[in-house]
Design a protein around this ligand. Structure first.
Ligand SMILES: C[S@@+](CC[C@H](N)C(=O)[O-])C[C@H]1O[C@@H](n2cnc3c(N)ncnc32)[C@H](O)[C@@H]1O
Length: 281
C-alpha cells in the first residue's frame, strides 16, 4: 500500500467516526483513562508551562484535548491540526459552543507535512494523544518535525499505543497472528481499523534522542485495568468493566491507578504510554 492509499484509508476511517467520536465519554473505561490523563497533564505539563502558552494539538480530532488546555489555561492559545475535515468540523463547533474559538486556529493537513504547513510558527507545547503517532507514515520523522516547531525548552507530550498491550489484547480475543505482528511494532485492535505503529520504551527513548528531546516523564496508564473488545468500538462497554467501575468503585480504582502511575518501571504495563519530553536545543 502506498503512503497516499494509507492516508486515504486513515482519513476514511476517522471521517466515519467523527460525529459519534465524543461518545467515548459514555464508556466508563475511557472516562477513567481520560481522568488519569487529565491528572497527569495538570501535574506534569501545566506546571512546566508559562500561563500564556501556545500549543499545537497534533492529530487533534474532535478537539477533546484542545478543549482541556483551552479551558484549564484561559490565556493559552493554539492550533488544532488534523487530517480529517469531519473531525475538525466537530472541534470547531465545540470551541464555539464552549467560548474559546477566538484562541484556536484549525488546520487541516497531514502530519507528514506539518513542518512545511506550519513553517515560521513556534509553540511552547505540542501534544499528540490516542494513537495519532500510530497512524502517521513515519513517526520518527514526525516527532523530529514537530520538535523543530517547539521553542527552545518547549514540551512534546505523547500518549502512545503500546506494543505489549496490543499483543496482550489480541491474545485475549484469540488473534494470535495480530499478537505476533504487534511484537514487530505494527498492529491493530480490530479487523476494521488501519494498521498502526506501536511503541515500547526502547523505541520511545531512541526516537526522542534522535529529535534532540530530553525525556522528563515516561510512564503509562491505565495499568491495573484494561479495555475489552467493546472499548475498541464507539458504542457499548464490556459488562465486567461497567460493573467493576460502577458507583464508589470508580473513585477507588482511580486512586489506585493514580498511585501507581508514577511507580518506577510501570511504563510497559500501561495500556498507553505517556511521555513528556523537552526540546534541549
Ligand atoms: C484516535 S483519534 C485521536 C484524536 C485526539 N487526539 C484525541 O485524543 O481525542 C486520531 C486522530 O488522528 C488524526 N490523524 C491520523 N493520521 C493523521 C495524519 N497523518 N496527520 C494528521 N492527523 C492524523 C485522525 O484524523 C484522528 O482525528
Amino acid at each position: 500500500m502506498t503512503d497516499l492509499q494509507y492516508d486515504q484509508e486513515v482519513r476514511g476511517y476517522f471521517a466515519e467516526k467523527a460525529e459519534a467520536y465524543d461518545d467515548v465519554d459514555l464508556q466508563p473505561y475511557w472516562v477513567l483513562s481520560d481522568r488519569l490523563l487529565a491528572t497527569a497533564l495538570r501535574e506534569d505539563v501545566l506546571t512546566r508551562l508559562p500561563e500564556d502558552f501556545e500549543f499545537l494539538d497534533a492529530g487533534g480530532g474532535t478537539g477533546r484535548w484542545t478543549s482541556f488546555f483551552a479551558q484549564e489555561a484561559h490565556r493559552s492559545s493554539g492550533v488544532l491540526f488534523d487530517l480529517t475535515r469531519e473531525m475538525i468540523k466537530v472541534a470547531e463547533a465545540k470551541a464555539a459552543h464552549r467560548g474559546f474559538a477566538d484562541r484556536i486556529e484549525f488546520v487541516q493537513g497531514d502530519l507528514a507535512e506539518v513542518g512545511e504547513i506550519l513553517a515560521g510558527r513556534t509553540f511552547d507545547l505540542a501534544f499528540n494523544f490516542h494513537n495519532v503517532l500510530g497512524f502517521v507514515a513515519d513517526p520518527e520523522k514526525t516527532i523530529k518535525d514537530v520538535a523543530d516547531l517547539l521553542k527552545p525548552g518547549g514540551l512534546l507530550v505523547s500518549f502512545l499505543p503500546s506494543v505489549w498491550h496490543a499483543a496482550f489484547f489480541n491474545i485475549g480475543i484469540g488473534h494470535l497472528d495480530e499478537a505476533e505482528k504487534a511484537l514487530t511494532r505494527r498492529g491493530r485492535f480490530t479487523d476494521t481499523m488501519p494498521d498502526m505503529h506501536l511503541y515500547d520504551v526502547q523505541r520511545i527513548e531512541e526516537m526522542h534522542a534522535a529529535a534532540s528531546l530530553d525525556l522528563e516523564v515516561l510512564t503509562g496508564f491505565p495499568n491495573l485495568i484494561y479495555p475489552g473488545y467493546q472499548e475498541t468500538q464507539l458504542h457499548g462497554s464490556t459488562k465486567q468493566l461497567v460493573d467493576v467501575l460502577a458507583g464508589d468503585n470508580f473513585d477507588r480504582l482511580f486512586e489506585m491507578e493514580n498511585r501507581v502511575r508514577k511507580a518506577p518501571g510501570i511504563a510497559g504495563r500501561g495500556n498507553n504510554l505517556f511521555v513528556v519530553a523537552r526540546r534541549t536545543v
